[in-house]
Structure formats: structure tokens, C-alpha cells
Design a protein around this ligand. Structure first.
Ligand code: ATP
Ligand code: MG
Length: 280
């Protein structure tokens, strides 16, 4: 049994060369009624960092993402998202923050009644005048932008397809193409590969990490497939029962640590078979 929370001091993360913080959490707690879901969390996430958030079901990962994007406000403490205190944000300034934070989920990222081209161009809605945005639903003015984004995720031929005609992996690629068009400062990906097999999941994570790195965007991915941690992320934040259980480099993750973190889920997730890249 570990007796204390491991911290960055144990496995220091190399500081990002890009100045400024994407997110600062200062003693943040969040309760639903009397149920305290996140407890006294303090974190500093520099701009451009690529972070995996892990932890058992119900540990508060999705809740953390909703706080960062300003969809939930902390019950106690303070969050600075891209330099702004989320508690003070209303109306136009809150919408502007949300436009600069791209979000991708495990499924249902696309509007099923719209062709791929229009789904991709939805990423532009924040940048267009309302009328032009509406018009684009009928005639894609930014056809070339959509084509370029789909080429980057290697499904240019699906420009005019309906989402229902695509595989799960292709649908996630369309969602990434929409993020490319949106070009946000931060991407929050909540289990983006949970519905995919390991090979397709690896492709999607590599696309996400590559394009955010190229654009110096910050990336936070909530991940259940721990095989995808090594090589893709510079920092891992593990939550357990609403608290930070581990915060450091992927290299600091060990089997005993995962066993304690996941408890009863450890075997169900086949974590005992996980390749941690350790020396034999
Ligand atoms: N809208 C809500 N109202 C009340 N309780 C909620 C609400 N949303 C989440 N919770 C509770 O908050 C806790 C954390 O939920 P959260 O969705 O953040 O977990 P998670 O780590 O994302 O889990 P999973 O890996 O299963 O997605 C859970 O106990 C959940 O039941
Ligand atoms: Mg969740």
C-alpha cells in the first residue's frame, strides 16, 4: 500500500518551452448536492502540454473536463482557463472561451443528418457571422478548408458521405478534422478511443497528439486504454475518488501503482498484461 500521493517531485515533467498556463486550478472542489466529486485539486497545466488523465470509473475525469471548459463552475476554489477565471465569465466571454476549447467525446461527435463536409465546417461556426454559418449548412463556402482537413486525417474521399455510412474510426477522424478547422488553443478529448480497437485507437491518439503539437495547442485526453500512454503523452494525471493520486511522467507509472489506483477494476481492464516498457 502506498502511503502518500506521488507527485511531480517523484517523476518531474520537463517544463514546456511555451510560456503561460492553459489551466490553473487552485484548491478546486466540486459537489453535486452533498456528494463531493472533486476534492481540493490544485494543478497547473502549461500551454502546449500533452496530458493524459486516467483513473477508475467515477473518479471525476469527465467532471474535471467540464470544469475546465466552463460548463461547470467549482463549488470551492478557482479555475483559470486560458487566463480567465471561469466563475466571472458570462455570455459572450464564456462563449469565446468555449470556442477556443475543442472537445471530442467517445462517440456522438457528429450531427447524423449532416454530410461529413458540413460536420467538419461546424468547426468554423465560432468564426463566422451567423448568416454565413447558416448558409454553409446548405452550401459549403469553405469547401477547400474541409477538404484540406479531411486530407490530413486521410479520409478526403468521405467529404460528401453521411456519418452513418462511416466506421467508428472514420467518424472519429471526421471529429478531428472538425477540430483542425476550429483550430482551438486547447483540445479536451474525453475517452476518444473507447469505442475503437487498439490499432484504430492508436491512430486516433497519434493524430490528436500530432496536430496539437504542430499547432502548439494544449491536449488533455481522458484515457482508459493505458497501452496508449507511453510515447504519446508527456504527463499523466491520475484521479482517484476525486483527488490527484499521481501527477508526473508516464515513466513513473508502475504496476503496483496502477493496482492501487484502479482497485477492483485492475483485472477487468487487463492492466496486469499492460506493457509498461519496463526493463525485464
Ligand atoms: N450530473 C451529475 N449529477 C450528480 N452526480 C454526478 C453527475 N455527473 C457525475 N456525477 C457523479 O460524479 C462522480 C464522477 O463522475 P465522472 O463522470 O466525472 O467520472 P469519470 O471519472 O468520468 O468516470 P468514467 O470513467 O466512468 O467516465 C460519479 O460518482 C458520478 O456518479
Ligand atoms: Mg467520464
Amino acid at each position: 500500500m502506498l502511503t502518500r500521493t506521488k507527485t511531480e517531485a517523484d517523476h518531474p515533467v520537463v517544463p514546456s518551452p511555451r510560456a503561460g498556463a492553459a489551466f490553473v486550478l487552485d484548491r478546486v472542489s466540486l459537489s453535486y448536492g452533498r456528494h463531493e466529486v472533486l476534492k481540493d485539486i490544485s494543478l497547473d497545466i502549461p500551454r502546449g502540454q500533452q496530458v493524459a488523465v486516467i483513473g477508475p470509473s467515477g473518479s471525476g475525469k469527465t467532471t474535471l473536463f467540464r470544469l475546465l471548459s466552463g460548463f461547470l463552475m467549482p463549488t470551492a476554489g478557482r479555475i483559470l482557463s486560458l487566463g480567465q477565471d471561469t466563475r466571472g465569465l458570462r455570455g459572450r466571454r464564456l462563449r469565446a472561451l468555449r470556442r477556443d476549447i475543442g472537445v471530442i467525446y467517445q462517440n456522438d461527435n457528429l450531427i447524423p443528418s449532416l454530410r461529413v463536409v458540413h460536420n467538419v465546417l461546424m468547426g468554423r461556426l465560432g468564426h463566422w457571422w451567423f448568416g454565413r454559418a447558416l448558409l454553409s449548412l446548405f452550401w459549403p463556402q469553405q469547401l477547400q478548408a474541409a477538404r484540406d482537413a479531411l486530407r490530413e486525417v486521410e479520409i478526403e474521399d468521405k467529404l460528401w458521405a453521411m456519418p452513418g455510412e462511416l466506421s467508428g474510426g472514420q467518424q472519429q477522424r471526421v471529429a478531428i478534422a472538425r477540430l483542425l478547422v476550429q483550430n482551438p488553443g486547447v483540445v479536451l478529448a474525453d475517452e476518444p478511443v473507447s469505442q475503437l480497437d487498439l490499432r484504430l485507437g492508436r491512430d486516433v491518439i497519434e493524430l490528436l497528439t500530432r496536430f496539437t503539437r504542430q499547432r502548439h495547442s494544449t491536449l488533455l485526453v481522458n484515457l482508459h486504454t493505458l497501452d496508449l500512454l507511453q510515447g504519446n503523452f508527456e504527463r499523466v494525471i491520475a484521479l482517484r475518488e476525486g483527488r490527484v493520486f499521481y501527477d508526473g511522467a508516464p515513466a513513473g507509472i508502475s504496476r503496483p501503482m496502477l493496482s492501487e489506483l484502479y482497485g477492483a477494476e485492475y483485472r477487468a481492464l487487463h492492466l496486469d498484461q499492460l506493457d509498461l516498457g519496463e526493463a525485464p
